[in-house]
Design a protein around this ligand. Structure first.
Ligand code: 5AD
Ligand code: SF4
Ligand code: FES
Length: 365
């Protein structure tokens, strides 16, 4: 690595927001194993400064797979007739969240395709209320249910939801447009993120890395975007072409996809410092130890699947999703072993509130 990049890494470690877009793009273009290891080691050091060796767990409940959207990359898109659609009955969804809480996870994430209907809004509201009542005030309830009206977000927040995850997918509106049909709007998604923040949610967003047509400058722009909107949590993962989608034949090199995704995690940590970063499941598609490697590149959150095994096969955004036949209990034991193997420890029963959120709330932001 030349002196310029080494200096950029030093400045990034010293303070958040220290790098410009050009510098981030250079760090996202490192190509030797040695340079990439140096970038990730620096990010790990910043992570450990903020959250030590604690890894926070969120139980993931894939509550339904119907979706009104048609994102070109996603297996759940409405045009994919090959998917058997399901919606988990309310009582079962509540049970899976309760299991997460009883198993020592600090939070639960309810995720589904995007459904905008009064019936769905009511259903989620009831589920959130029940989980809040069952699991107490310290258990964090996270929603990842797509774009909704401000009123819907407000009702779910009122019912007891603490956090919301909504990926921007790409901060570049042109690239976003190339991956979505014309009735999908980048601007609307950005406005949803602003509404969520105003409503007091802990705000999570993210992108896919390695998208067709995406450049290092785009990825650098994504990192800057996360800081600009004041994101508290980041969940990003590699794009993995799904054979049941229009992007089935997109250029894809699994080895480079993994390395890019890890460098991206490192740059997010180096630029944002105190946010939560998820080691996402898609990383494990590319390598058995993909998620651990993300922890070692600056991530501090894992999302073990807490959905009953019978539903998992029907929730495939991409092919090769791990844990299809495992039970939630097996995933719990598996992840604990993985975390310990790399010298971290699981922060059992802790909600893992984003330090960035705590800091901004302390000053009334
Ligand atoms: N590869 C990787 N990630 C995908 N997602 C959807 N399809 C794919 C794919 N083929 C991601 C999107 C979405 C999240 C729920 O899953 O980023 O926001
Ligand atoms: Fe629906 Fe989300 Fe898939 Fe888009 S990425 S089709 S919104 S589930
Ligand atoms: Fe599910 Fe390893 S995390 S089996």
């Amino acid at each position: 690595m030349d002196g310029t990049d080494a200096d950029a890494i030093r400045r990034a470690m010293a303070a958040p927001g220290a790098l410009g877009r050009g510098e981030l793009a250079r760090l996202l273009s490192l190509r030797t194993a040695e340079d990439r290891a140096a970038l990730r080691a620096a990010a790990l050091e910043v992570r450990r400064r903020h959250t030590g060796n604690a890894v926070f767990l969120r139980g993931l409940v894939e509550i339904g797979n119907s979706c009104g959207k048609d994102c070109l990359y996603c297996g759940l898109r409405r045009s994919n007739a090959a998917v058997h659609r399901y919606a988990i009955p309310e009582a079962d969804a509540i049970r899976m969240a309760k299991w997460s809480c009883d198993s020592g996870y600090g939070s639960v994430v309810f995720q589904s395709g995007e459904i905008q209907s009064e019936g769905n809004t009511d259903r989620i509201e009831r589920i959130v209320r029940a989980v809040r009542a069952d699991c107490g005030p310290d258990f964090a309830i996270v929603l990842s249910l797509g774009e909704q009206s401000r009123e819907t977000y407000a009702r779910w927040r009122e019912a007891g939801a603490d956090r919301y995850l909504l990926r921007i997918e790409s901060s570049n509106p042109e690239l976003y447009r190339s991956l979505h049909p014309v009735d999908h709007s980048w601007e609307r998604r950005r406005d949803c993120l602003a509404a969520l923040r105003e409503l007091g949610y802990q705000l999570g967003t993210g992108v896919m890395t390695g998208l067709p047509g995406q450049t290092a400058e785009d990825l650098a722009g994504d990192v800057m975007f996360f800081r600009e909107i004041g994101a508290d949590m980041i969940g990003s993962g590699p794009f993995v072409p799904n054979p049941e989608t229009p992007l089935a034949g997109a250029p894809f090199d699994p080895k480079e996809a993994l390395e890019t995704a890890l460098d991206f995690v490192a740059c997010v940590r180096l630029h944002l410092h105190d946010c939560n970063i998820a080691a996402t499941t898609a990383l494990q598609v590319l390598a058995p130890d993909g998620r651990e490697r993300a922890l070692l590149s600056g991530a501090n959150v894992m999302m073990p699947n807490a959905t009953d095994a019978e539903y998992r096969r029907d929730y495939q955004l991409y092919k090769g999703k791990p844990c299809l036949d495992e039970t939630s209990g097996q995933c719990r034991a598996c992840l604990e072993a993985r975390v310990m193997r790399i010298g971290d420890r699981i922060a059992w029963r802790q909600p893992g509130t984003s330090p960035h959120y705590l800091a901004r709330r302390a000053v009334g932001l």
